[in-house]
Design a protein. Sequence first.
Length: 332
Amino acid sequence: MLSANAAIDIKAISSIRSSPLSDGEFSSYDGESGLNENTTSSNNSTENLDGVSEKGQCTLAQGILCICDQCELERAMMKVSALKRKNQVCTLIPKIKGGGEGEQTEDSIVRKEQSAVPVSKSENENENKGLTTTNNCEIAEESKEEKLQRMSAACRTILQCIGEDPDREGLLKTPTRWANALLFFTKGYKETVASVANDAIFTEESHREMVVVKDIDIHSLCEHHMVPFTGRVHIGYIPNGKIIGLSKLVRIAEVFARRLQVQERLTSQIADSIVEAVGPLGVAVALECSHFCMIMRGVQKVGASTITTAYRGCFKEDVTMRTEFSTIIGRR
């Protein structure tokens, strides 16, 4: 409901509208009492600052406070509007305290006000990072069955989006098969170098020459398109009092390959993990792969291959050792 002042103001406006003033009269509106007084000017006309009589004309455009009927009416309506807004705020306060169903609570109003405040890009990024980290942790703690269920539902959506019917005979079990396959392709996220090495590191002081395991098949997923890239990796190292089981070199490469990858990072991760595991005098890794994101899409070049190398220790410092390694693995 409107306040008493607001009601009086409305009556005042009505009186202005219903009783137009005669020439030479103006309405002096009192905003506090809501009363209208008809006042006659001493010379039956309004005067501007220069004393020039402008009977019945609005002087607002000249920068002079105008008290003609129209301007007084507009000012009165503005006051009524302000009183209405004030009255609405007063009636909203009990609702905020009560917090009934369908009504705005104090917290919701605060949240709306906060959302209206501009936030810097860096603050948004930090908040998004924290949210992403929390969500990733929650998903990582899910059981395999829960993950399969979520992934299968996502696969059904993908099938529908490409125009397929996920309920037709050939696709009924595809979402589950795809989910299991993707978990296998990315099983490296759950593995570590220490777990796959399994203490297969031995002391051996007599051998300080190159040890090479070459032509190791490797399969990974391009992180940009989630399509495969496959090839062979060659690993060589020079022991410094410790050696590692040969199959463990293969397993170390597999740990990092079974993740979403780029070939450059994969090559470096394999080299660095061997340095960490056995502390050799030097490590050399060469990786040659064909990328299906270049074969099945994009430039579609079937014969293209990518070669990356990573050298650590004496291999990085001695070109002769790099040449010997290249000769052993069959590269000139």
